[in-house]
Design a protein around this ligand. Structure first.
Ligand SMILES: Cc1ncc(COP(=O)(O)O)c(C=O)c1O
Length: 469
């Protein structure tokens, strides 16, 4: 079949929704896109409300039959096998981290040995930033032209004894900065000086040229740590470009892929990424507080993690209980303690479902859904602006709608059964996630926004109540 989603792109690229005669009615266009959508049947396998619109899968993905089945299986094994489940369950619990890492590896373009599940994003940032800071402090870093200590080791400005800096950006998720600052502090490095922050020129996005300029301006950067997609605007970064710039400047390249893993195909191996972290509760749909995941490039296997624990020990000898730690020769070394089986089990089913749909097809549909959403907003919501880049290469899985009354608008929408979320100061995030969202759903959410703004229904809501949304 030709590209079944082309009409959505044309609506955005061309004359808007009023362009083609047959499709000038958005409901007709949505119906046509849904009828031709090869992924439409997947929605029945997710638990999203029949009488509502769930547009918040970028915060918490929904349950699926497959995820619940793999969770139920582990609960049964616990009930029936007790402790022997670690070795005798099918498959054994003991290798859950590696096994689920293998399942995730194709979604991020990695070798199975380079991905493991364990811990949470924040903990994984602690251990990975710590690991690579230790490498730099030991003089081991990517080679950079013209700057090295006399003995050839990595040293800021070529002066041994200098402290490495970490380059981040001002639109990052705050937890990332908290963790990196703590890791710098623990090594006696002043984070106010050495956490270098790239500023945003528009408050929404980060220009890769500003990352490159920061690297050119400072010769002490040892780690570039960036998101693959920004949590607020949804800007998607060019991972390879950032990794190349980092390496050319003698820095490691690490990424927080929370807002793209499971929605956008990645090629971490080919892009030269050194390490990455992500969660499994957003686009990977493994449930609230589900286990974290990480990537460490093969060339770094064998390093001693900053946060060592027995679950990262070489598997074959873990139960010999040696006091000396031997790291697993894989990303598995960055596991720490016993994996939370019940927070990992749903991932098995949820990833199987995504792999059945195919990450490339999911991405194609996601772009079409967000094309359609943006085209509708352009056409029908003059008071709302789109804060997400329009180019496909720079757009993740959600769309940031900016409105001065975004918080009240978000509350009014959610009360009417269209679940979205608000991010200060002025963003309503709308996430039409590809596995379970239809084009008709996208139209319905825009209808709701239009109805609320036209009637002023949002004005009766309070602001500033905070809470998790
Ligand atoms: C981009 C990003 N990084 C980090 C985190 C923190 O993740 P965790 O609470 O799993 O450590 C989140 C949470 O939503 C996030 O969106």
């Amino acid at each position: 079949m030709d590209d079944p989603y082309a009409p959505a792109r044309d609506a955005l690229d061309g004359d808007g929704l009023a362009g083609g005669a047959a499709d000038s009615d958005p409901a007709v266009l949505a119906a046509r896109l849904d009828a031709d959508d090869p992924l439409s049947a997947f929605a029945d396998r997710y638990h999203v409300p029949d009488d509502g619109l769930y547009m918040d899968g970028n915060s918490l993905g929904p349950a699926s039959d497959a995820a619940i089945a793999s969770l139920d299986r582990v609960v049964d094994e616990w009930r029936e096998r007790l402790i022997s489940g670690w070795t005798d369950a099918d498959p054994p619990w003991f290798e859950v981290g590696e096994r689920l890492g293998d399942a995730l590896a194709p979604l991020v373009g990695a070798d199975p040995s380079e991905v493991v599940v364990g811990n949470s994003i924040t903990v994984n940032i602690h251990t990975l930033i710590g690991t690579f800071l230790d490498e730099l402090l030991a003089g081991n870093g990517p080679e950079r032209e013209g700057v090295a200590a006399a003995d050839g080791t990595w040293a800021p400005g070529g002066e041994p004894g200098g402290d490495p800096a970490v380059l981040v950006n001002e639109l990052d998720f705050p937890s990332d900065h908290y963790a990196i600052r703590a890791q710098l502090r623990q090594r006696g490095i002043d984070p106010d000086e050495k956490l270098r922050v790239v500023e945003s020129s528009d408050g929404r996005t980060i220009d890769p040229r500003d990352v490159e300029a920061a690297l050119a301006a400072h010769d002490d950067v040892g780690i570039v740590f960036m998101p693959t997609a920004l949590y607020r605007s949804g800007q998607l970064f060019d991972v390879e470009r950032i990794a190349d710039a980092a390496h050319a400047a003698g820095a490691f390249a690490g990424f927080d892929a929370a807002h793209s893993a499971g929605a956008v195909p990645h090629a971490f191996g080919d892009a030269g990424v050194d390490f990455a972290v992500w969660c499994t509760y957003k686009y990977l749909n493994a449930g609230p507080g589900s286990i974290g995941a990480l990537f460490v490039a093969d060339r770094h296997h064998g390093l001693t993690p900053a946060l060592t624990g027995w679950w990262g020990h070489e598997k074959a000898t873990q139960f010999e209980m040696n006091m000396t730690y031997t790291p697993a020769d894989s990303a598995g070394a960055w596991q720490i303690g016993t994996p939370p089986l019940l927070a990992a089990a749903p991932l098995e089913g949820s990833v199987e479902l995504l792999r059945e749909a195919g990450i490339e097809r999911l991405r194609a549909k996601s772009l079409a859904l967000t094309d359609f959403l943006i085209a509708l907003v352009d056409d029908r919501l003059p008071e709302v602006s789109v804060g997400t880049p329009r180019e496909h290469a720079a757009r993740g899985g959600h769309v940031a709608l900016e409105h001065p009354d975004a918080e009240r608008l978000s509350r009014a929408l959610t009360d009417r059964g269209a679940v979205v979320d608000f991010r200060p100061p002025n963003v309503v995030r709308v996430c039409p996630a590809a596995p379970y969202t239809s084009f008709a759903d996208v139209l319905a959410v825009v209808d709701e926004i239009e109805a609320i703004l036209d009637s002023g229904a949002h004005e009766s809501y309070a602001t500033g109540e905070g809470g998790v949304t």
